[in-house]
Design a protein around this ligand. Sequence first.
Ligand code: GLU
Length: 317
Amino acid sequence: MQLSADLIQKAVSDAHRAAMATKGGANADYIPYLASVPSELCGVAVVTVDGDAFVAGDTGFGFAIESISKVFTLALVMDQIGPEAVRTKVGADPTGLPFNSVMALELHGGKPLSPLVNAGAIATASLVPGESADECWARILDMQSRFAGRPIELSDAVNTSEQTTNFHNRAIAWLLYSAGSCYSDPMRAVDVYTRQCSTLITAVDLATMGATLAAGGINPSSKQRVIGADNIPHILAEMTMEGLYTASGDWAYTVGLPGKSGVGGGLLAVAPGSLAIAAFAPPLDSAGNSVRGQVAVSQVARSLGLNLYAAPAGGAS
Ligand code: GLU
C-alpha cells in the first residue's frame, strides 16, 4: 500500500478518536509519581523513516519512559558487546511471566531470559561500560537522546519516586548477582536502571526513537547513525518476544509488529523500513499495557496494512 501523508494523518486522527472513546484501566500506582499523572491524557504519533511526523492529541506531554528505556539500553549494550554476548549473558526468549517476576528467575537458574523484563534490564544495565554509576548513566542518557534526536532529561521527581520505592527491583538484582547474572555491583545496576526509567519523553520523541529502529539505526531527524544496522533485527526480535509483557503473544498474533510498552503509559510499535507508531495514555490493563495506547497503535497498524506477517497485497510477482 502506498502510504500518503493524508492516509497516515487520517489513520492517526481516527486512532486517537477511537482511543479516546475507550474506557478502562488505571494508572500504575506502585510508583507514586505515576499515579499523579492526569489519566485523560492521550497522544498518538507516527514518525516515518524519512522524518515526517503525524500527530493527534497530547503528543507534547512529557511522560516517564519507564520500561521502554530497556530497548535503548539494550541497543547500547548490543553495540558494545554484540548480539551473541547479549544472548548468552542476558537471554533471547520470552518469560511468559510478569515484568518483575522473581519466579521467572527461579525457574531458569537465575538467567533473566529477556533484556525487556526487569531482571534482564538490570543485567543489561550492569553491562553498560563505565567506572561509576554516573559514567554508565551518562552513556544511557546520551543513547536515549541520540535515538530521540534531541537532549532527553532525567526527571528528578520520577527518579526520586522510584529510587525510594524500588525494593522489589533491588531484591531481583541481588538474586541475579547470586546466580552470576549481574555483571557489576548489583545496587549500582539498579541505580542506573532506575534512572534510565525516569526520563521524560513525548509521544513524538518515542515515535522518533522507534523510527530510528525502523530506519536501520539512523535517526530520521538528525540523520546521525545511532547504532549498527546489524543489531536491529535482534532488538526487534526481543521486542516481539517480550515487548508487551505477558500480552506479547497476543500482540504478535493480532498486530504483527514488534512493540514495547512502559508502565508510564507509553507504547511503541516499529514497522521496519517504514515508520514507527507511538501512543501515550496512562491507564493500564492488568498486564501493564496502556489500554488506549493498544487501541490507538493497533488501529494505525491495521489501517496502514503494516502487519509484518502478512504477504504484500498482490502476492508474489
Ligand atoms: N521502573 C519500572 C519498574 O522497574 C518500569 C516497569 C515497566 O515500565 O514495565 O518497575
